[in-house]
Ligand binder design. Sequence first.
Ligand code: ATP
Ligand code: MG
Length: 387
Amino acid sequence: MNVILLRFGELYLKGHNRNYFESTLIKNIKSMLEGEEFKLEMTFGRYVISNYAQERQGKIIEKLKKVFGLYSLSPAVEVDAEVETIKSEVVKIDCKNKSFKVFVKRADKSFPISSMDFAKDLGELILDNNENSSVDLYNPQCEIHVDIRMNHKAYIFDKIIKCQGGLPLGCSGKGLLLLSGGIDSPVAGYLMAKRGMELEALHFHSYPYTSEQAKDKVVKLASLLTSYTGDIRLHVVSFTRVQEEIHKRCRPEFMITIMRRIMMRVAERICEKYNLGAIVTGESLGQVASQTMQSMTVTGSVVKEKPIFRPCIVMDKEDIIEISRDINTYDTSILPYEDCCTVFLPKNPVIKPTIKQAENEEQYIDVKSLVDECLEKEELIQIKREQ
Ligand code: ATP
Ligand code: MG
């Protein structure tokens, strides 16, 4: 019978939390495979997926590769743990013109041959049946694994496919991702989800300065992210009035600083309202004027009760782009669009603002009522996971 073996990595480290992590992982696997027919079983320390239609195997593996907390998987054949039965399966593996190594693990000590001897027997069998094959114990091209388990079953496989790793989604609470239409923030969301954090997203638009398409693009990005994060509730907030007010009343070089301080205040209020535990942004140190240490100090200082996570902070743009390609958000992110941050953009934004300076500028606007207004007109879009 064809099966898929699943392995989880870091979960083993979690001591008494392990049950919670495992049950969350299982729930997530089941939800990721919704619509597929399959059986998921725990047999002697291993998770095994079986009873699926063979032609669905590729699709199922693709889906499992998006489940955080899974470390690797192997498509395998499950047979009764009998010497001849195992041999007849091993013979089918194609090792022609390749070097190989056989790994035998014998959890079931009632199996009549020791692991070492059986590996040797199987090695000879493969040599006899594959032209130009050779044994290489140190750097084989082909690794053939035979796991003999206590349930009197043996699993035979020759591929170990790397999965996402990380922690099961939901194990680290829920955060609010500040999602723009750019490259970085979707990557930031993905990285937090990989550490087990579920997400809601917040987008600021400046209609009519920014277009309806700019908003559609963000909906599309959120929707692409859901294949990793599960459903996302997207909060869309109009920033037009805020920007007009700052533009009218504050010094132009502080435009971005004050805007971002108001974004952060709105974000914290939304966290309170919807019970979200952290604010997440796509900022990267030194990337632009608003992402210097001083700028982040000044924008972060208005947030009192929540941590601000910036998972891209240490990353080069190239590395962020690589991840965005992997998670399939890149092509959408680079579509031309206007972000609200590009509206009323000053020529010379301050690079090293201070909190005092920012507070001075804010005397000329009514911060509290601007924030209130943002929250009053918040639009909610429920985005279901893409299958
Ligand atoms: P990104 O590629 O994520 O847009 P960026 O390099 O363009 O980032 P900024 O425009 O300075 O950088 O934005 C920094 C962070 O602020 C973004 O990563 C995002 O988390 C948040 N942000 C910026 N614009 C918006 C917006 N319109 N709505 C929500 N969050 C935003
Ligand atoms: Mg941006």
